[in-house]
Design a protein around this ligand. Structure first.
Ligand SMILES: [Zn+2]
Ligand SMILES: [Zn+2]
Length: 322
């Protein structure tokens, strides 16, 4: 049921964009409920992977992100067929999605350490294989840090590594680059860098997850309507709207262009309600679930309160648009 409905919304958007052209579609025209982004969250899959579904439902999430393995370790636990089937059944019954796996934090495709490079590639392949088994749309990952060598220097190895990952993983799972906050020597903090990687890899399976906190910290001002429009036009030119498949919805503890990666609860940070209202209303984000990775009001990660706040902001954006 849900699959069919989402498909219809996708077709509707495609038709609309043909008329308005890239970057030109403004949210003023009336949309159906299905054309507003889903509000989701990163949830725990600890214990057994199907538990993620109950964790998502408990906080009101309409889509979810999970880790496929412990994020600070190279070791992976194998998921048995029973858990995988229970996960798929739970997702279908609850109508949750689109869903994503977040790659582990140790992966660095810009590393100069050959052993680490190989382990990072293996880890992404394992996550993509798991995504396909779980009927999950894709794996979101941080490209990594070049540690002072420079973006141009590491670009060929990043491209080569991603091609290896794609060659050795199922076609149905997308490999999604997450924009970085620009701290230190992180790769992929600008649309320009992400676009260069995508051009080099040359695969339709490469998609993008836009993290709002990281974008703001790296200098993209999401609070201002006009500025958001301009930066999304640039996004469309360098990357293409069709690549945008997920949003990490995080407010920021730090100022614009801080270069720092400090997530804050929605509305309590420097992006604020207005920033999220702009994002939810912008036509580029219609099909991308907004996945929370916030600290939570009890400090335990994404919670019902943050989901409710973002849903309220979506209601306000919708009221304005109608
Ligand atoms: Zn993120
Ligand atoms: Zn972050």
């Amino acid at each position: 049921m849900v699959q069919v409905a989402v498909k219809q919304a996708t077709d509707g958007q495609a038709a609309k964009e043909d008329v308005t052209g890239p970057g030109g579609a403004r949210p003023s025209e009336a949309r159906t409920d299905l054309e507003w982004p889903r509000i989701g969250a990163h949830v725990s899959a600890a214990g057994s992977i199907e538990k993620a579904v109950a964790n998502a439902l408990e906080i009101g999430a309409e889509a979810m992100q999970i880790f496929g393995a412990a994020p600070q370790s190279w070791r992976r636990k194998q998921h048995d067929e029973e858990s995988v089937a229970a996960f798929r059944r739970g997702v279908a019954e609850a109508g949750i999605g689109p869903n994503f796996i977040h790659g582990i934090y140790l992966t660095n495709l810009a590393s100069q350490n050959q052993g680490n490079m190989e382990k990072g590639i293996e880890s992404l392949i394992a996550d993509l294989r798991l995504a396909a088994r779980l009927d999950i749309k894709g794996v979101i990952f941080h490209v990594g840090s070049h540690k002072g060598i420079g973006f141009e220097e590491v670009l060929p190895q990043v491209i080569d590594a991603m091609q290896q990952v794609l060659d050795d993983s199922p076609d149905e799972a997308a490999l999604c680059i997450e924009n970085s906050a620009g701290a230190g020597d992180s790769v992929g903090s600008t649309w320009d860098e992400i676009g260069a990687i995508i051009d080099g890899v040359g695969s339709d399976r490469v998609k993008v997850c836009l993290d709002t906190c990281h974008a703001f910290s790296s200098g993209y001002d999401l609070r201002d309507d006009g500025a958001l429009d301009r930066l999304m036009v640039e996004f469309d030119r360098e990357i293409g709207y069709e690549r945008l498949v997920a949003v990490h919805a995080n407010d920021s503890k730090t100022e614009l262009r801080s270069g720092r990666d400090r997530h804050e609860n929605i509305g309590a940070g420097t992006i604020g309600e207005q920033g999220f209202r702009n994002l939810l209303a912008h036509s580029a984000f219609q099909q991308a679930p907004f996945l929370l990775e916030v600290p939570g009001f009890a400090g335990k990660g994404p919670d019902a309160e943050n989901v409710a706040i973002l849903k309220t902001i979506r209601e306000r954006a919708r009221a304005r648009a109608n």
